[in-house]
Design a protein around this ligand. Structure first.
Ligand SMILES: C[S@@+](CC[C@H](N)C(=O)[O-])C[C@H]1O[C@@H](n2cnc3c(N)ncnc32)[C@H](O)[C@@H]1O
Length: 244
C-alpha cells in the first residue's frame, strides 16, 4: 500500500512539474511580440554603457572571404551537417531593416548563416555593394541562390557555400545575419564569441541570441504581424567594458 502511495505521489509531482515547465519553456523561446515591450527595452538601454565600434581597437586586416569558383552559378562545397532550422524566408522589408541596422557599406563582408534562397546576401551585394557569403545546407536552395547571383550579375560579390554553418570559417565576416531557432542560436553563440573579430555586427531576425545584450532593437510591422530585428556588437554583446 505504502509503495503504491509512493508511486502515486511521485507520478503526481512529475505531472505538476511537467505542466508548469513546458509552458514556461515555450514562452521563453518565443520572441517578444509586443511593440511596447520593445520600446520599453530600448528606453531601458539608453542609460547603459554599450560598446560602439568607435571604442574598439582596429582589427588586423581581415582574411578574404571565399571566392566563387569558375562557374559561379555552382555553390562551393562545404562540410555536411545537421539541419537546425526549417526554411522560412525573412520578408524583404525585414531584410532591409537588418542590413540598415548593421550599417552596411561596400567594405562589409556579410555572412548569412542558413542563407535559404539567398535573399539577404543578394540584397547586401545589390544595395550596399558588400561582399556576401551565404552558407546553406540544403542543396536545392544553395544551387538556386548561386544561380540567382549569376543572373543578377552579383556573382563577383556573392559566394554561396553548400555546407554546415557550424563548420564554416567566419573570420572574414564584418556582419553576420541569422534567422534560426533559439536552440541553434544558443549553440552558435560560443562559436561567434570565439571566431568573430571586434567590430563585427550580428543581426538576428525574431529570435535572439540567448545571453547576449542587444545594442539596438527594431520592430517591423507588416500587415497584422510584427517582426523584430536584434543588433549585437562584438564584443560588447557579451563582454562588459573595463571600468574607466
Ligand atoms: C529560417 S531559414 C532562413 C533563410 C534566410 N536566412 C532568410 O532569412 O530568409 C533557415 C535556413 O537555415 C538552413 N539551415 C539549417 N541548418 C543548417 C546548417 N546546419 N547549416 C547551414 N544551413 C542550415 C535551412 O535549410 C534554412 O534554409
Amino acid at each position: 500500500m505504502s509503495i503504491f502511495r509512493l508511486f502515486t505521489g511521485a507520478f503526481l509531482v512529475s505531472l505538476v512539474l511537467f505542466v508548469a515547465l513546458v509552458p514556461y519553456q515555450l514562452v521563453r523561446a518565443r520572441p517578444a511580440r509586443n511593440a511596447n515591450a520593445v520600446s520599453y527595452l530600448q528606453r531601458n538601454q539608453k542609460g547603459k554603457r554599450v560598446y560602439t565600434n568607435d571604442d574598439l581597437p582596429p582589427s588586423d586586416s581581415p582574411p578574404e572571404p571565399p571566392a566563387a569558383g569558375d562557374d559561379a552559378s555552382e555553390p562551393i562545397a562545404g562540410p555536411s551537417g545537421e539541419r537546425v532550422a526549417p526554411f522560412v524566408t525573412t520578408p524583404m522589408e525585414v531584410v532591409d531593416k537588418m542590413l540598415e541596422v548593421a550599417g552596411g557599406t561596400p567594405k562589409d563582408v556579410v555572412y548569412d548563416l542558413g542563407s535559404g534562397d539567398g535573399r539577404i546576401v543578394l540584397r547586401a551585394a545589390e544595395k550596399y555593394g558588400a561582399r556576401a557569403v551565404g552558407v546553406e545546407l540544403d542543396h536545392g536552395l544553395a544551387v538556386e541562390s548561386a544561380e540567382r547571383a549569376k543572373e543578377l550579375k552579383l556573382d563577383k560579390l556573392v559566394t554561396i557555400i553548400e555546407g554546415d554553418l557550424f563548420k564554416t570559417d567566419l573570420q572574414p565576416a564584418t556582419v553576420v545575419t541569422v534567422y534560426l531557432l533559439l536552440q541553434a542560436n544558443d549553440r552558435l553563440r560560443p562559436v561567434l564569441e570565439k571566431e568573430l573579430r571586434p567590430g563585427t555586427r550580428v543581426v538576428a531576425h525574431d529570435i535572439r541570441i540567448p545571453g547576449w545584450e542587444t545594442a539596438r532593437e527594431e520592430a517591423v510591422t507588416i500587415g497584422t504581424g510584427t517582426h523584430y530585428v536584434y543588433l549585437y556588437e562584438i564584443p560588447g554583446a557579451f563582454r562588459k567594458p573595463a571600468p574607466r
